[in-house]
Every structure is written in structure tokens, then in C-alpha cells.
Design a protein around this ligand. Structure first.
Ligand SMILES: Nc1nc2c(ncn2[C@@H]2O[C@H](COP(=O)(O)OP(=O)(O)O)[C@@H](O)[C@H]2O)c(=O)[nH]1
Ligand SMILES: [Mg+2]
Length: 364
């Protein structure tokens, strides 16, 4: 004990027991090894499998990297994790900005860790590149979850295209599952095509809504209603409770007009408050019911296999596009043809033909 010289630094609250030399050396060695940029794929894999959160974060950063040199190593890590992945439930959450997704995930996530789940929260937000990681700001809405030992929150990867952002999140799911997270929650913004991408990587898709002025179905995209396994009306607290119940009736009626789902599941509508936590446990009960049904009728596994095919094709699409647009023999010619098309000097099809022929000439 260090009784003679009490420490006064704000960083140490009380004098403690000195670290035994041997322990700190081993720990330091681990940290140095992980900080080393060239940490081998095998080390990342074993780190992830043994529950080392630094290894997980580092592997995710590798997957998110746009440096083509990192690609092979990222693939090696994913392949190594794959046999240990898949044992999870993946839940997608969408809804327009302000509906309360982040607050809901905080309450829902805490409920899940409270019943012994290990929860990873990921995000697909293609706009976060522009707004400099808006989801990072959301961490302040997830104050409790951020501190939770059994939760892991990762903001949306940045990338130029939705395809890139989505693929990276899909790969991150594998890493998180191999680490031991059994519940993966994916938040996405309710705009653009991001819902389709997220729908293609989750087992259960939840649409978060708030009650409006009685015209609940206005402005809601039909495609999203069709994708939803549940509509949860949030902010059912205070003066809003009555309106939320009315909205529930209206959504229930609307959902009955849609054709039956391949899963055999009838989408459900419920109300909750992410602030008072009312109805949060019911959301999990509903998801459990869905799992029971779709595992017994084998839809669960079938959908995951279909989704894997989808991601194979998506990845090919994305890589081919990247390869084309970053091809050094293409870039200048592309600019030239863009101008020519704009000036009506050449048809768009003829220009595309020239560019593709040139590309194939250099890449076969
Ligand atoms: N009254 C009430 N406010 C809520 C509830 N959930 C979220 N909010 C508030 O709604 C605002 C937007 O929430 P946020 O989680 O950031 O929404 P997101 O943009 O969908 O992620 C915040 O001011 C929250 O405090 C709720 O259940 N009840
Ligand atoms: Mg949010």
C-alpha cells in the first residue's frame, strides 16, 4: 500500500494494490500485440473467440477499411469466425428520424441484458458519412446500454454507397456472433433503400411509429408495411396513450389487407414507451413467439440461406462496381464521356459501350 504519499490525481480515486509485475507485463504484451497494425488474422480470430473486445473492434475496423490491401485479411478473419457465428437472433429496427429508435433500443437492450442476453447494436445509416456519424451522437441516448458489460454499440460504417455500408454491417454481424453476442439489433434510418438492405440481413423486422393526427397510414410506404413483422407504436405515454391505442387499431386493420406472409407469421401491432418502459417486454415476447413459429416451420433457416445468397450477389455487384469506377484506365475516359453525354455529343448507351469495352480490354 502506498500510505505515505496519497495520490491526488483525479484519475485515481484511492491508492490501491500495485499490479504484480508479471501480470502487467503480460497485459502490456497483449495490448502491444493488438495495437500492432500487422496483428495477424489468426490472432484476431482467436481474440474474438475468446471474448476480447479490442480484437472485435479491430476486426470490425478492418472489415470497414476501404484500403484494398486489407480485403484479404478481412476475409480471412470473417472466414475464421463463420463456423462460430449464426447462433443468434437478428432484429432490424426502422422508423423515421425522431420516432425514438435509439431511445427504444436503449430500453429494449437493457431489457434483454436484464434477462441474460448479450446484445450488439449496429447501424446502417448511409447518411452518417455526410453528417459525420450522427449515430455516434445516438450513443448519448444509449447511456445505460453503453455502460452495460453485456452490450456492444457500434456506429454505422462510413462508406460512399449504401451497398458498401450495408455489406460491412452484414460482415460485422458475423464477427459479433462469433464473439458471443446472441442478439443483434440493427438500427436504420427510415429513408431511402436502407430498409431493404437491413431487411435482407435480419430475422425480424420491426417498424417503429408514433401516433399522429388520426391519419396514421398517410405517408407510410407500402413496401415497408409489407416487410414489417411488427409495428410498434412508441411514445405511448402521458396524453399520447389514447391516440396510440387508436393508431394500433388502425394499423391492425391495415395489416389485414396484406397477403399472408411466407413465414406463416401474422404481423402484430403493439404500443410502448421507450421512456416509461411500458410495453418493452411485450416486444420481446412477440419476437420470441415469432422465433418459436418460424423455427418449427423451418422458415427461419430457409430465410437465412436465401439471405446468404443475396449477400453473395450483392457483394459481387458492389465489388465489380468499385473495381470499374476505380480502374485507372477508366477514370479519365469516364469523365470525358460524362461531359459528352451531357452535351448531347453521344448517346448514353454508346458512351457506356465505349467505357465497358475499354474496361474489358484492360481487365480480362
Ligand atoms: N415521450 C416520449 N418521448 C420519447 C420516447 N422515445 C423517444 N422519445 C424522445 O423522442 C426524441 C427522439 O428520440 P431518438 O431516440 O433520438 O429517435 P431516433 O431518431 O428515431 O433515433 C428524443 O427527444 C427522445 O427523448 C417515448 O417513448 N416517449
Ligand atoms: Mg437514432
Amino acid at each position: 500500500m502506498d500510505q505515505e504519499k496519497p495520490k491526488s490525481s483525479a484519475l485515481s480515486e484511492k491508492s490501491g494494490v500495485e499490479q504484480p509485475e508479471i501480470v502487467s507485463k503480460i497485459a502490456a504484451g497483449h495490448i502491444v500485440a493488438l495495437r500492432n497494425k500487422n496483428v495477424a488474422a489468426a490472432d484476431l480470430i482467436s481474440g474474438i473467440l475468446s471474448g476480447n473486445i479490442t480484437a472485435l473492434s479491430r476486426a470490425i475496423t478492418l472489415v470497414e477499411s476501404t484500403n484494398p490491401e486489407h480485403l484479404a485479411k478481412a476475409n480471412e478473419v470473417i472466414n475464421g469466425c463463420l463456423p462460430h457465428a449464426n447462433q443468434s437472433i437478428r432484429i432490424g429496427i426502422t422508423g423515421v428520424p425522431g420516432v425514438g429508435k435509439s431511445t427504444f433500443i436503449e430500453a429494449f437492450g437493457k431489457h434483454l441484458t436484464g434477462i441474460g442476453k448479450k446484445v450488439a447494436v449496429l447501424a446502417v445509416d448511409p447518411s452518417s458519412t455526410i453528417s459525420h456519424g450522427s449515430i455516434l451522437g445516438d450513443k448519448t441516448r444509449m447511456e445505460e446500454l453503453v455502460k452495460d458489460q453485456n452490450a456492444f454499440i457500434r456506429p454505422s460504417p462510413s462508406g460512399e454507397t449504401l451497398g458498401g455500408v450495408a455489406r460491412k454491417t452484414r460482415e460485422t454481424i458475423t464477427l459479433c456472433e462469433a464473439f458471443g453476442f446472441d442478439t443483434i439489433v440493427i438500427e436504420t434510418v427510415g429513408v431511402g433503400q436502407s430498409e431493404t438492405a437491413v431487411h435482407s440481413m435480419v430475422d425480424f423486422f420491426l417498424l417503429l411509429k408514433i401516433s399522429g393526427a388520426g391519419d396514421e397510414l398517410q405517408g407510410i410506404k407500402r413496401g415497408i408495411m409489407e416487410m414489417a413483422d411488427a409495428i410498434v407504436i412508441n411514445k405511448a405515454d402521458g396524453d399520447n396513450i389514447k391516440k396510440a391505442r387508436l393508431a394500433k387499431t388502425e394499423f391492425n386493420r391495415a395489416l389485414h389487407l396484406f397477403p399472408a406472409k411466407k413465414s406463416g407469421w401474422t404481423p402484430k401491432v403493439s404500443t410502448c414507451s421507450a421512456i416509461t418502459k411500458d410495453g418493452i417486454d411485450e416486444v420481446w415476447e412477440m419476437i420470441s413467439e415469432f422465433l418459436e413459429l418460424t423455427k418449427s416451420n423451418h422458415y427461419f433457416g430457409e430465410k437465412r440461406r436465401e439471405q446468404n445468397q443475396y449477400w453473395m450477389l450483392e457483394t459481387i455487384d458492389e465489388r465489380l462496381k468499385n473495381h470499374f469506377y476505380n480502374d485507372k484506365n477508366t477514370i479519365a475516359l469516364l469523365e470525358q464521356n460524362k461531359k459528352a453525354v451531357q452535351n448531347n455529343e453521344i448517346s448514353p448507351f454508346a458512351a457506356a459501350q465505349i467505357l465497358l469495352e475499354n474496361y474489358f480490354k484492360f481487365n480480362h
